[in-house]
Design a protein around this ligand. Structure first.
Ligand SMILES: Cc1cc2nc3c(=O)[nH]c(=O)nc-3n(C[C@H](O)[C@H](O)[C@H](O)COP(=O)(O)OP(=O)(O)OC[C@H]3O[C@@H](n4cnc5c(N)ncnc54)[C@H](O)[C@@H]3O)c2cc1C
Length: 489
């Protein structure tokens, strides 16, 4: 009997697992699989819309618009899928990141890695930093030994880490907006070890992060030049959605069940039984049971937690996470509108309070990557985000997304960028609870979770709740899990 595998959830994690299992099947692995997806499409948050206009085509990423080039797994997958000639480097020569500061856009100085400058001289004329911030930066290299000696023995919040190095002013000015722009979360709660590991390693080795960056630059310059300098981000000519589309094209449609929601998970002898329902509004409608030898749970973390509710109390405890929702509002302008905005990749907005909800960032998409808008056309994405918790700590319902003020996105952009004409189109996507928050001690909780899941046997947790939220990490883990259940690694 071939081994049967169920994949729950068809976001990039579940889809990649399905792609890998298909490859393994084709190379002779004795397995069958079914992917159960709640919605009508695969890809989850990865979605690209293409708009044809009189001037040419706009390519609009409504979720991720690329990935960090340093991590090879998305690039490798794209090449394997025949998309090697469509890999698109970010326009790093044009890179400027602006930060809204005292109602004005101020440029982040050159050579900053997150909130750390590699050259203190670059801060001299940067209006973003006041005297307090500059003094904190200038003092940090001299505090290297103290910082190394007093480095936290256990995990701490991003805010606490940044404060120890550069104080409150730097945290407020760029620490919170940078991390908020990526995770839509609260720096007072985010785990520094989970979301800024390279900086924790630098502190351990050098004490001062500024000295660490300088040492790494010297190290790099002494290495032989390959002439192949990777840009910071990579995407695809047809948008990140092209990666999902290329994987979908390899799948046998008979292996996919759409409009089905996994609702229960129970052990039956040596197998697992997953219960699913067809109609999410009417529980019990067209309920079905699916038996499998392995279940790859690639659901958003809180849905995965719900499935494990009767199986393991510890897993349930450690999977309790806050999540944040996001709204992306894209505006396209045809060339004749002659829209102008500053050069660079976009701007960040410091969050106004912990639960956020407001405009966190905007991307000048046509400048960050080539081919996103027809010549002379402009494409901008406004990004709103915030935690799904009310002030009293209770969860907010999906309808609370509507209270994110993204409906004013055009006005918000105008208030920052100056007059903008009415756009030729706009597209809004709401991503409810799309980003889990890796809170302090996340890595310890995940180690505990891994141990529990392993004990249950035949279950695998994939997706952005556990070991990284970026596409490369999700792709790496999904492929590894698929190979492992197939007995191929
Ligand atoms: C606005 C935004 C911008 C981002 N930008 C970037 C970026 O530039 N680069 C980057 O690397 N990452 C970025 N990320 C992060 C990255 O996109 C996500 O972490 C990743 O796409 C999540 O993939 P996933 O498969 O874990 O989950 P999801 O995409 O959430 O997929 C989960 C799937 O499970 C389905 N599902 C849910 N419940 C059930 C159920 N009960 N039964 C069956 N199916 C179910 C859902 O319909 C969905 O298809 C961004 C995220 C957001 C929200």
């Amino acid at each position: 009997m071939p081994k049967h595998i169920l994949i729950l959830g068809g976001g990039i994690a579940g889809l990649t697992a399905a792609y890998e299992l298909t490859r393994l099947q084709q190379s002779g692995a004795d397995l069958t699989f079914t992917l159960i997806e709640k919605s009508a499409r695969l890809g989850g948050t990865v979605e690209t819309e293409r708009r044809s206009t009189t001037a040419g085509e706009f390519v609009i990423d409504l979720g991720p618009d690329g990935w960090v080039s340093e991590k090879p797994w998305a690039r490798e997958l794209a090449i394997e899928l025949g998309l090697g000639d469509q890999l698109l480097p970010s326009n790093d020569a044009e890179r400027v990141t602006w930060v809204l500061h005292n109602q004005r856009l101020e440029a982040m100085p050159d050579g900053m890695r997150m909130m750390v400058p590699s050259d203190l001289g670059s801060l001299d004329h940067a209006p973003l930093f006041n005297a307090e911030a500059r003094a904190a930066y200038a003092a940090e290299p001299g505090r290297a030994e103290e910082l190394k000696r007093t480095a936290a023995q256990s995990d701490e919040s991003v805010a606490s880490f940044v404060r120890r190095h550069y104080g409150d002013e730097v945290l407020r000015t760029i620490g919170a907006p940078l991390l908020g722009g990526i995770f839509g979360g609260d720096v007072e709660q985010l785990s520094v070890r989970a979301v800024m590991k390279p900086f924790v390693d630098m502190e351990r080795e050098y004490g001062s992060l500024i000295l660490a960056l300088q040492a790494k630059a010297v190290e790099r310059s002494s290495r032989p030049q390959t002439g192949n300098k990777a840009t910071i981000f990579t995407s695809l000519l047809r948008g990140t959605g092209a990666l999902a589309e290329a994987m979908i094209a390899t799948l046998d449609p008979q292996n996919i069940m759409f409009h089905r929601r996994a609702v229960s998970l129970t052990r039956v002898g040596s197998q697992w039984r997953v219960g699913s329902e067809l109609d999410v509004r009417t529980p019990g409608v067209s309920a079905e049971a699916h038996l499998a030898d392995h279940v790859l749970i690639a659901l958003p973390v809180l849905q995965a937690r719900d499935l494990l509710r009767d199986l393991d109390g510890t897993a349930i405890r450690v999977m309790q996470m806050q999540t944040s929702s996001a709204a992306v509002v894209a505006f396209g302008f045809l060339p004749e509108k002659n829209v102008q905005w500053p050069k660079g990749f976009g701007f960040l907005v410091p969050p106004t309070d912990a639960s956020g909800g407001g405009l966190l960032a905007a991307t000048f998409s046509d400048q960050k990557y080539a081919h996103r808008a027809p010549a002379g056309g402009r494409l901008i994405r406004a990004y709103y985000g915030g935690l799904d918790v009310a002030a009293d700590g209770s969860d907010l319902p999906a309808s609370a997304m509507r209270s994110l003020p993204y409906g004013n996105a055009l006005e918000d952009l105008r208030s920052i960028l100056g007059p903008l004409p009415d756009p030729d189109f706009s597209i809004t996507r709401l991503w409810h609870r799309a980003l889990p928050q890796y809170a302090v001690s996340h890595l310890e909780r995940m180690a505990e979770l891994d141990a529990r899941i392993q004990q249950l046997g035949g279950l695998h947790l994939l997706g952005n709740g556990y070991r990284g939220v970026g596409l490369p990490d999700l792709i790496r883990d999904a492929r590894a899990a698929a190979r492992s259940v197939a007995g191929a690694s």
